[in-house]
Design a protein around this ligand. Structure first.
Ligand code: DUC
Ligand code: ZN
Ligand code: ZN
Length: 464
């Protein structure tokens, strides 16, 4: 298969593919039975979206609009070839049952390869002593814990317990860092004053709420001596905490998402109830905070940029309008869609506008997430032996983002009307063309489950 350029290190060569793997990288490879001309294009490793939600059972009657079929179709159309969504434990239920259920949802539906993070919501003795260690040893090597949401949050004591298991087993922990009591207190006061419109979602979760929890998560991880990754970091005060910890030599990693680069609090203040479309947690901040997030992508504070795709439809009684269009912001499901727009947005506004270079783009969106979650070098690189998950980008193509062109099952995009430059033209998953010029070609269910190895990023500082 002949290609023009490829980029991780940037070089010009052909990429030879056999049986779904990369087998040769050289100038002028001999002719192959099937060739794709990528002259004047960029060939990048397929994106790894290490934080996205699809077909995740919700506790309150809300239903995610994307299952593994529509969610992964949307992924490939946006240049992502590996997804890592979450098998979520409900309080009172077993973690293993959540994993089994999630496999059933993915098998026969996903069009690209997938791994699972776990969500540990109920760290009983059985979970801590048996289920979690066994799952970690079976290829579920990362899990998320929440410091907020009544149905998911862990106490500090529980956080310490799960961090200790992570340390013992070499698992990698992702933390949703917001102070639950502060949010509950703010919500109660706002609702008592009748301040229930979508924009008050941001008022109820000011930066200090995230800053405090970020600091506390770091302190707990320091006490246990285990690395953690703070997910969906939204602004300066959380970045300061993470930088402070990194400067202390602690192994603290960080993720951010497009919504913290491209949306602000003002997007929650749209007419009628439409601000609900941009309700996510933590909330988008302001332009100054966006700049701090851009700076963090350049200076190494952040290791990964994920979508946090959370597919809730707007005009839907099982989505954003679960309690109608006059409900409190607090009843609106948190999260926004973005699995398909993640890479094009960062490519256009990051690479093409000169804010980040191409290598940083690849690192943040593909190589680093593959390394962080134990999928490297099978995923996240263009190298001999790696899966031939490749995206051919047209770096010049101008696109006006509109929901009709996207492949998700959500009825809106927060980025409607945005003009960007640079877009995936062709996506290959294990050597197979799964997307070309607007059309998803992948067969339903061709995606395979990826057991994850232990991450080298999860190693404690002080051994053993
Ligand atoms: N956290 C997430 O990671 N996703 C959606 C909502 C949330 O709070
Ligand atoms: Zn979260
Ligand atoms: Zn999420």
């Amino acid at each position: 298969m002949g290609f023009g350029k490829l980029a991780a290190d940037v070089m010009q060569c052909d990429v030879g593919i056999k049986a779904g793997r990369i087998v040769a990288l050289a100038a002028n490879l001999p002719q192959a039975p099937q060739e794709i001309d990528a002259t004047d294009r960029l060939v990048l490793p397929g994106g790894v979206d290490a934080h996205c939600h699809m077909d995740q059972p919700m506790s309150d009657g809300v239903v995610m609009a994307d299952d593994f079929y529509t969610g992964t179709r949307s992924a490939v159309a946006g240049g992502t070839t590996t997804v890592i969504p979450f098998a979520c434990q409900f309080k009172g239920d077993s973690l293993k049952a959540a994993v089994e259920d999630y496999h059933q949802r993915a098998t026969g539906n996903a069009v690209v390869d997938y791994a699972f993070h776990l969500i540990v919501a109920d760290p009983t003795a059985a979970v801590l002593d048996e289920e979690l260690p066994e799952l970690i040893r079976s290829g579920y090597t990362s899990f998320k814990v929440y410091m907020t949401y009544d149905d998911l949050k862990l106490s500090d004591r529980q956080l310490l317990d799960v961090l200790a298991v992570a340390r013992q087993e070499g698992a990698f922990v992702m933390v949703h860092a917001e102070n639950s009591d502060c949010i509950a207190w703010m919500v109660q006061r706002l609702e008592a004053l009748g301040k229930t419109a979508p924009r008050y979602h941001a008022t109820a979760r000011p930066m200090v709420v995230e800053r405090e929890a970020t600091h506390r998560a770091i302190a707990l991880a320091e006490l246990v001596d285990v690395p953690i990754l703070i997910v969906h970091v939204s602004g300066a005060e959380a970045v300061e905490q993470i930088q402070w910890a990194q400067n202390r030599g602690l192994r603290i990693y960080a993720e951010t998402c497009p919504q913290y680069l491209f949306l602000t609090e003002a997007d929650l203040n749209q007419p009628n109830f439409e601000g609900a479309k941009c309700i996510c947690s933590p909330p988008p901040r302001d332009k100054a905070n966006q700049q701090v997030i851009w700076d963090g992508l350049c200076n190494g504070v952040f290791h990964v940029l994920s979508s946090d795709h959370a597919p809730f439809r707007y005009d839907d009684p099982k989505g954003k309008q679960i309690c109608g269009t006059h409900s409190s912001f607090h009843a609106v499901p948190n999260g926004i869609p973005g699995i398909e727009t993640r890479l094009p947005l960062l490519f256009s506004e990051g690479v093409n506008k000169g804010r980040i270079d191409l290598n940083t783009f690849v690192s943040l969106t593909s190589t680093n997430p593959a390394k962080l979650y134990g999928l490297y070098p099978r995923k996240g690189t263009i190298a001999i032996g790696a899966d031939a998950d490749l995206v051919i980008w047209d770096p010049q193509r101008q696109v006006t983002i509109n929901n009709a062109m996207l492949h998700h099952n959500v009825d809106y995009t927060p980025y409607e009307g945005m003009i960007i430059q640079g877009y995936p033209e062709t996506t290959l998953s294990r050597g197979e063309v799964v997307y070309r010029q607007g059309e998803v070609l992948a067969a339903r269910g061709r995606g395979e489950f990826l057991p994850c190895g232990l991450s080298s990023f999860a190693r404690p500082k002080l051994m053993p």
